[in-house]
Design a protein around this ligand. Structure first.
Ligand SMILES: Nc1nc2c(c(=O)[nH]1)N[C@H]1C(S)=C(S)[C@@H](COP(=O)(O)OP(=O)(O)OC[C@H]3O[C@@H](n4cnc5c(N)ncnc54)[C@H](O)[C@@H]3O)O[C@H]1N2
Ligand code: MOO
Length: 431
């Protein structure tokens, strides 16, 4: 199989996956998953008119007689013209009330009567600045500009009341299918009345870290190096909302074969062993499993030995193996090129095609970058002054530059051109 261009490899990874089936999970388990159906409000938001401020709910023109108190969570009773109740932020506004006078804009006289003002200066009509009246908008169907009646000195109707349905009407679509469930989405879903959510199943990944030379803890010694990829990809996969199992595998074909064959995961990721060295077993094991190679080598630097294969599974539930090269930055190149686009599609994310891997930015380069004649380069960059500035320490075996990076700049093959100049716009992949 011949080497695949980098853009094509990214497309193949995304295009080969089918979104996982739908299920329902409680809110507490949904973080990082992806909505399988659009989310509509189960109630009006807010579900009833609430006070936006601590103060008094008032009816009719003032001064007002204070008849009681309503706190958040309580059911108020109706008030009539000339009456007021003390009210807390978020409490249900009693029927009959037309506005809320916030505490700092009113005072109660010695006869328990409520007035606009601070009790010292004569209050003016500017007590409620007109700008406030426009801040929240009105719910559909209400008349925003009734003649102000609820005032003794300019307290317009609706002041500091959050009308029922101001944010959303019941049944209104809040979020579309394919949206990632962030903490904010969980909060909105709870506010809108949900206990569980329709989601795509969470992709399951087995991460197989291959290499006899790898130590899991302690200082690297004369012949062993620390496993950098296990900790890095475990965290990264977690951030992608994936359920990950990690296993260490020796440079042994039998062990690798058993580990891949026994994995129940949607995607097995291997690190190392992709080249043609004496103990590089990934290709041999995939051949023995009868796996179909979708990508076998990509025209990208670093990371060109990366591969993607399909094995087992069914027509509706495909299973994949992504082989990432052992050199750490090359493994990251494989992750952003093959693994992330594949997982996004499996998860049910409905991103634009330009964001196959994750949200990408397009930025001008802050400095010239050398091109490769035939291969795409992925270059760690930091963002400064709205430019992507290439970093140092970005050899295939290094992570020092990447650890400072805001993204990976995609530098297309140069052909006859040896460098991309400062100011040229490039795609930058999130890292
Ligand atoms: N004759 C050739 N040799 C190599 C070629 C080539 O085209 N011809 N390609 C080179 C490139 S490019 C890469 S990348 C590597 C890919 O090698 P493998 O995927 O087989 O990886 P290993 O040989 O197992 O390891 C390479 C390197 O990476 C270190 N490594 C591996 N796993 C980890 C880990 N979890 N944490 C930290 N470091 C890791 C490993 O110790 C090696 O130093 O092949 C080149 N060779
Ligand atoms: O994939 Mo290798 O050098 O390109 O690290």
């Amino acid at each position: 199989m011949s080497t695949t261009s980098w853009p094509e490899a990214r497309r193949i990874a995304s295009g080969s996956a089918i979104p996982l089936p739908l299920t329902r999970v409680p809110l507490a388990q949904a973080h990082g998953m992806v909505l399988g159906e659009s989310l509509s409000a189960l109630v009006d938001l807010p579900p009833f008119a609430t006070s936006a401020m601590d103060g008094w709910a008032v009816a009719g023109p003032g001064p007002w007689k204070i008849t009681g108190q309503v706190l958040a969570g309580q059911q108020p009773t109706r008030i009539g013209d000339g009456e007021a109740v003390e009210i807390a932020t978020g409490a249900r506004v009693p029927s009959g009330a037309e506005a809320v006078l916030r505490r700092e804009r009113g005072f109660v006289d010695e006869h328990d009567r409520l007035h606009v003002g601070d009790g010292e200066d004569t209050p003016g009509p500017a007590a409620v600045p007109p700008a406030r009246q426009r801040m929240y908008g009105s719910p559909p169907g209400t008349v925003a500009t009734r003649t102000p009646r609820g005032s003794e000195l300019g307290l317009p109707i609706g002041t500091d009341i959050r009308p029922q349905g101001q944010e959303s009407r019941r049944g209104e679509t809040l979020l579309s299918a394919g949206t990632r469930i962030t903490p904010a989405v969980l909060g909105l879903a709870a506010a809108a009345g949900y206990d569980d959510l329709p989601v795509h199943e969470r992709p399951r990944v087995t991460l197989l870290v291959i290499g006899d030379e790898l130590a899991e803890s302690g200082l690297p010694d004369g012949s062993r190096v620390r496993d950098a990829l296990g900790p890095m990809f475990t965290a990264w996969l977690d951030a992608l909302g994936v359920e990950t199992t990690v296993a260490r595998v020796a440079d042994d074909a039998g062990q690798l074969l058993a580990a891949v064959a026994s994995s129940p995961a949607d995607l097995v990721i291997t690190t190392g062993g992709t080249a043609r060295g004496p103990v590089d077993h990934v290709h041999g094991v995939l051949a023995e499993l009868g796996a179909g190679l979708l990508v076998d080598g990509v025209a990208v630097r670093p990371g060109h030995p990366m591969l993607l294969a399909q094995h087992g599974g069914t027509r509706h539930h495909r299973r994949f193996v992504a082989g990432l090269p052992g050199n750490p930055l090359a493994a990251v190149a494989g992750f952003v090129t093959l693994v992330r686009p594949l997982l996004r599609r499996l998860s049910g994310l409905d991103g634009p095609v330009g964001a196959l891997g994750a949200a990408s930015h397009f930025l001008p380069l802050g400095d010239a970058v050398r091109t490769h004649p035939t291969d795409t380069r992925l270059v760690p960059v930091s963002f400064a002054d709205a430019c992507a500035v290439p970093l140092r320490f970005t050899g295939p075996a290094m992570l020092r530059g990447l650890a400072l990076a805001d993204g990976l700049a995609v530098v297309p093959p140069g052909g006859g051109v040896v460098a991309l100049g400062a100011g040229q716009r490039v795609e930058v992949l999130a890292v």
